[in-house]
Design a protein around this ligand. Structure first.
Ligand code: BGC
Length: 391
């Protein structure tokens, strides 16, 4: 692995492919979540078909404490995350739909893996090794989240595995040379692992046969109240002294600006709603928070990037990552026109995203960490979420 991106020792978790789901192959084959009881489990079930007849499957990961994560092969979408509050009551803390039809009709990136390039590329153009590539313009004047049919809208292949105290599903997708304008055949995979330590990790890998750019991220929308109210009361900490200021089309100016003295200073836990309405040029550009933060780090490897606490339920979410940045987005474009799981209407600021990633528009920003992937190198990236409760 010659790539400058963090090289990960995945050796800590040895996951053996499953012949039948641990804790009850029969139950899993029928699609029932295997019972909790000291062992993480994974089961698989049908989840419908796309318009062209491609079957979509759903995988359910469950750990010893009853935490349950569901993901489907469409877009490697995480469709639900059920975690307890301080009274032990379980709620689903991510936005999404009850069925496949919802995801096909109005995807909105809910829970999906975004690629080949998460976030924006200015004017849908970049030059690599002297050749200019043209991508779809699907967000104002810019390219967003991999294009018209990005990785969130394709059907991946899923395979489950489990080992001591951990259960996982690996999704694989081959993106053809020229897909959405990007050069090179990209073999991409992501593994979601739920452990009995109440961690959910995302491990990404990709290889290419021609030089290309890659920036994969997970686009779950979190609401730690379980959808009872918006997220303005959530307390947020981001371990970032700097952010990448953006223009009115949300393209970075190229600067790394200090958060100090701005409403983007989340170095101490602060309610998301405390400053979101301030008259600030960056907040105006984003319609709220929609910014990439430069995570404080010395060297490579997993570092703590952010912590979210819902004071009402006590639920907490910690984010660690090997990535240099995290896009903090406050659901500014949700407007009450989407009705999600259980009939909940997704209003403005109903959820927050913490998309660990390389910085937006890196292919056009020579001073940002590179997102170029070349044949013979492997793209690797890891993010770990930890669920907890504050008493
Ligand atoms: C972007 C937002 C965009 C949203 C769509 C975020 O990653 O930063 O601007 O509207 O994704 O879900």
């Amino acid at each position: 692995m010659t790539r400058r991106r963090s090289i990960l020792a995945v050796g800590a978790l040895v996951l053996a492919p499953l012949v039948c789901a641990r804790g009850g192959g029969a139950a899993a084959a029928q699609g029932k979540a295997a019972p909790a009881g000291g062992q993480a489990t994974v089961s698989r079930a049908a989840f419908g078909q796309t318009a062209d007849g491609t079957a979509v499957e759903s995988f359910t990961l469950r750990n010893a404490h009853g935490i349950e994560v569901k993901a489907i092969t469409l877009g490697a979408i995480i469709t639900s995350v059920r975690v307890p509050d301080r009274a032990g009551r379980f709620d689903d803390i991510v936005l999404g739909y009850d069925d496949l039809a919802g995801y096909l009709r109005k995807p909105s990136y809910f829970g999906a893996v975004v690629g080949r390039y998460g976030n924006r590329i200015a004017k849908g153009r970049f030059t690599l090794d002297g050749k200019t590539y043209t991508l779809a313009i699907n967000n104002g004047p810019n390219h967003l989240h991999g294009g018209v049919k990005g990785f969130d809208k394709v059907v991946w292949k899923g395979e489950r595995a489990s080992g001591a105290g951990a259960a996982s599903v690996t999704f694989r997708y081959t993106s053809r040379d020229g897909e959405e304008g990007y050069p090179g055949t990209l073999e991409a995979r992501v593994t979601y692992t739920l452990t009995d330590r109440d961690e959910l990790s995302f491990e990404y890998a990709a290889t290419t046969d021609k030089p290309t750019v890659v920036n994969l991220t997970q686009h779950s929308y979190f609401n730690l109240t379980g959808g009872r109210t918006d997220i303005l009361g959530h307390q947020l900490t981001i371990d970032a002294d700097r952010f990448t200021p953006v223009d009115a089309t949300l393209i970075p100016t190229g600067q790394l600006a200090p958060v100090e003295g701005t409403p983007l200073d989340f170095r101490r836990a602060t309610a998301i709603g405390a400053r979101i309405g301030q008259d600030d040029a960056q907040l105006r550009n984003g319609g709220g928070y929609d910014h990439n933060f430069v995570i404080n780090r010395r060297g490579e490897g997993l570092v703590h990037a952010a912590r979210v606490v819902d004071p009402a339920s006590g639920r907490t979410l910690d984010v660690q990552t090997t990535e240099p940045g995290v896009q903090f987005y406050t659901g500014n474009f949700l407007d009450g026109t989407i009705t999600g799981k259980g009939g909940i209407v997704y209003k403005k600021r109903w959820a927050l995203c913490l998309e660990t990633q390389h910085f937006p528009d890196s292919p056009n920003q020579p001073t940002f960490p590179s997102t170029v992937l070349r044949p013979g190198s492997e793209y690797r990236s890891k993010t770990v979420l930890t669920f907890g409760v504050a008493r």
